[in-house]
Design a protein around this ligand. Structure first.
Ligand code: UTP
Length: 291
């Protein structure tokens, strides 16, 4: 059983990289095959033994609440028409965890979204999972981080190796290997120049923090884009506490990025046994006939 019971999922952002879709629909509701991204994220947390989840939302994001709320009329209809399998699938969503919500009234950045979770978190360590990114891994990636937190007692951030020429798109950790996949983070650099970057390990949308992060968020001023940046709070934390990085086993799918979304849709589609053969044949066909 995991020592960490609570997770926070920020899902309040504008999603401007996915406009025009995100004009009316939260980007966390973008589907991969037939499940919205945020359901994959909640399933990852639940699979790691987390039972209490706080989703940070903003106005226009009520579709997220609706998704995790039983739809009595629909379910009565499914029952009447004998659609037991679908009913069971919906019941499984309701059984994943206790889901709570808090509003971020002004979208002041990821750091500010995390700060909304202070009361929910209380005095316990907690997991943080970005609501627009699916991580596949076995064991679930957040579970790998929880295990690393249990070993170190400190904050842990997921790290992913990215191509050197793309480091200027990410927050990069200057980190030294400690034990296998575990690293000790010495510094964090936001979007460095590939020529001078301290490495190619990118911060990858999953974290475990102790409640001390809230004091750092209080001390964090507005940074890049005029927003409260979580990375800036982590830099403050680093000045007086250890921070570990875990090069996780698994894959990251950033669905807020259109090309990544397209690639992930193909990958997740091919993974489904009921679609695999017909979908693979279709893909081979269109690639063959592409001018
Ligand atoms: P992003 O920076 O990718 O989200 O944050 P965004 O601001 O919505 O994206 P773009 O750049 O405009 O396309 C990662 C996660 O943090 C949440 C987002 O909803 C997303 O799931 N977030 C971001 C908040 O909850 N509040 C914020 O103020 C910013």
């Amino acid at each position: 059983m995991s020592a960490i019971r609570k997770a926070v999922i920020p899902a309040a952002g504008f999603g401007t990289r996915f406009l025009p879709f995100t004009r009316a629909v939260p980007k966390e509701m973008i589907p991969l095959v037939d499940k919205p991204v945020i359901q994959y994220v909640v399933e990852e947390a639940a699979a790691a033994g987390i039972t209490e989840i706080l989703i940070v939302i903003s106005s226009g994001k009520t579709a997220i609440q609706d998704h995790f709320h039983p739809a009595a009329e629909l379910e009565a209809r499914l029952k009447a028409s004998g659609k037991e399998e679908l009913l069971a699938e919906l019941a499984a969503i309701d059984a994943l965890a206790n889901i709570h919500y808090v509003y971020q009234h002004e979208l002041n950045g990821l750091g500010d979204a995390v700060a909304r979770a202070r009361t929910f978190v209380g005095h316990e360590p907690f997991a943080l999972l970005l609501g627009d990114t699916v991580l596949t891994g076995d064991p679930p990636v957040i579970g790998q981080l929880v295990e690393a937190h249990e070993r170190t007692g400190a904050a842990v951030v997921a790290l992913e190796e990215v191509p050197r020429e793309k480091v200027n798109r990410y927050g990069i950790a200057d980190a030294v290997s400690r034990d296998g996949r575990l690293y000790e983070v010495r510094a964090l650099v936001e979007k460095p120049d590939p020529a001078t970057a301290p490495g190619n390990l990118a911060i990858a949308s999953r974290y475990v923090f102790t409640p001390e992060i809230f004091a750092e968020l209080d001390r964090t001023g507005r940074g890049r884009g005029g927003e409260i940046q979580l990375t800036d709070a982590m830099k403050l934390l680093l000045t007086h506490q250890p921070l570990y990085g875990l090069r996780f086993e698994g894959r990251r799918h950033d669905i807020g990025n259109k090309l990544e979304f397209l690639k992930s849709t193909v990958e997740f589609g091919l993974r489904r046994p009921e679609f695999h053969d017909a979908f693979a044949a279709f893909l081979r066909d269109i690639i063959r006939n592409e001018p």
